[in-house]
Design a protein around this ligand. Structure first.
Ligand code: MG
Ligand code: MG
Ligand code: MG
Length: 316
């Protein structure tokens, strides 16, 4: 067991996961915890690179194996999404904004979970509560996390607190949040150079729905047309990953952030397909169900899936 404490977000790290690790590690260091290290549980994406480059913040260490490592989890609280070989007893703290997903610890830990737009907003409050001044760079990172997770305030996960936080953080960071947010979206939407596999695995989360092994990925773009040439390849990749990882189903949300809608690509067995159709009140056609006004995996895709699979399990 090393003395280091890794602050780490979920696998397929998104902006909130990476910037929360950096900003929370920075807060801990400011409070005298010298052994804290910011880490990412995988390669960081183009949007996050743009943000870190813009504010000239170093990329975090990559952590893909948590054997014998002490960790603080940010932006997730489910073992299925956590870095590999993590021992629950080595989790020292959790700071998150998702549903509670079944982690059990042997001893009491510091566990903050608040249903707001991003973990970054929770961490900004923790700076204030601890009396630690938020510098320009950290403010920029926390602002970016909120803008990213709430899709520039459009997602139903966005709360009034998120808007207040962005207002304050953007002043500290010295940027116009909406202009900066559009630049972030452009960086994120640049899919031309990405392979179907990179698109699928870029934001990929596993779930257990009443015993059904599932994964739900998401790619956010400014125009769904950009993904059209990759559709067949993505379905192919979804089938491959489903086989390799022994999953009952995979959903890939192709989210148009301008139209505020998602095309939900589906691969899976017949039973999973039936529950998927129940969840979204439609029929699968051309391997997908298109949903207007659906942007959020957390609030608009996971709950209906969870409900449909629960109902199916009860009817068995
Ligand atoms: Mg996240
Ligand atoms: Mg988040
Ligand atoms: Mg996200």
């Amino acid at each position: 067991m090393t003395d280091k404490i890794y602050v780490v977000g979920h696998k397929s790290p998104d902006t909130d996961s990476v910037t929360s690790a950096i900003t929370y590690a920075n807060l801990k260091k400011s409070l005298g915890m010298a052994e804290v290290v910011a880490a990412a549980a995988g390669d960081i994406n183009n949007e996050t690179k743009f943000i870190l480059d813009f504010f000239k913040v170093a990329y975090p260490e990559k952590l893909t194996d948590a054997t014998d490592k002490n960790v603080i989890l940010v932006d997730h609280n489910e073992m299925a999404q956590a870095v590999d070989n993590l021992n629950e007893d080595n989790i020292l703290e959790i700071v998150d904004h998702h549903k509670i997903g079944g982690i059990k610890t042997g001893k009491p830990i510091y566990f903050i979970n608040e249903p707001i737009g991003a973990t970054g907003g929770i961490i900004a409050n923790l700076y204030d509560q601890s009396g630690v001044k938020i510098g320009k760079e950290m403010a920029g990172l926390m602002m970016a996390a909120i803008l990213s997770d709430t899709v520039l305030f459009k997602s139903p996960t966005c709360t009034p607190k998120d808007k207040v936080a962005v207002e304050k953080l953007s002043q500290l960071a010295g940027v116009d949040p909406m202009k900066f947010g559009m630049e972030m979206l452009k960086a994120k939407s640049d899919v031309a150079s990405k392979s179907a596999k990179d698109i699928l695995m870029g934001d990929f989360k596993k779930f257990d729905f009443s015993g059904v092994k599932a994964a739900v990925g998401q790619i956010e773009v400014m125009d769904l047309k950009d993904l059209e040439p990759k559709r067949a390849g993505m379905l192919d990749e979804m089938n491959k990953v489903r086989d390799a990882e022994n999953l009952d189903m995979i959903v890939l949300m192709l989210t148009d952030v301008m139209k505020e809608s998602s095309d939900l690509l589906f691969v899976g067995n017949a039973q999973a397909a039936a529950s998927f159709e129940t969840a979204f009140g439609g029929k699968i056609s051309n391997n997908s169900i298109y949903k207007e006004k659906v942007l959020s995996r957390k609030k608009q895709v996971i709950p209906p899936l969870e409900g449909a699979f629960k109902k199916a399990a009860e009817c068995k």
